[in-house]
Ligand binder design. Sequence first.
Ligand SMILES: [Zn+2]
Length: 298
Amino acid sequence: MSFEGQYNTKSAGVKRLMKEASELREPTELFAAQPIEDNLFEWHFTVRGPADSDFDGGIYHGRIIFPPEYPMKPPNMMILTPNGRFELNKKICLSISGYHPETWQPSWSIRTALLALVGFMPTDGAGAIGSLDYPAVERKRLAKKSLEWTCKECGKCMKDALRPLSEAAAQLQDEAKELAKQLKFQDETTLRAEISKAATETATSAETNAQTSAQSTSDAAETVEEVMTASVETETTTPASVRRLSISRASPSSTTPSRPSQQRESSIDRSLFLIVPAVIVCTAIFVILLARRLALSF
Ligand SMILES: [Zn+2]
């Protein structure tokens, strides 16, 4: 199938998708993916259920929808074959597992997403939206049944959508397991909620820091020595909160050096009261003397 002429081949997304389509032309033992007939931005994929799991022996089909900004923005995936792990026709996104959710890395590819999906299948759904926690018996039953499942849109039947398993598949299975340790799939709603939660937490910690700094600035009893120790601490400990705290503690010291300059200004003010009259008196004497000299010369 050729998309040349139909799409702007200078667009990064089109270039990338065409490259990936040609790399994935042949199905592997674990996954296969190709664009559907007339749309480079919608693909159908097939993945094999991981060995040593309830999905062993199952083959599952799904859709991948790419945004025009791909690979800068992530694709959405949907599973179409009943599996007992993911709800059907529900958008799921790939993200880095861990505390701070990152949605997508442009360096990831369709291959990364499919392998991560395979590795992620046996992980605990933990009641997340889009996850199904079907009992093992039911998942195994669906795995067997999946082989006869045929996609209404692209006509692929699961039992012949992938290359038959060989020993080489073990390596791909291991890669899938490794990927699943770092990456996870979430439905859009959960992902967005987690991102905004992380954003709120960052904002709250910033606020707490601001409050701490307000308290420490009001603490007038702090000596310059304490400020010095606080800034020494900053050099040894990296957390930003400590740094912010010491910066705020250091603020009283920044007012200390300004005091002598204020004193200097006031002393200049005072000396002006002496200098100005003195200059006036001197000028007057000079004028008088000059006048006398001129009067004598005539
Ligand atoms: Zn299909």
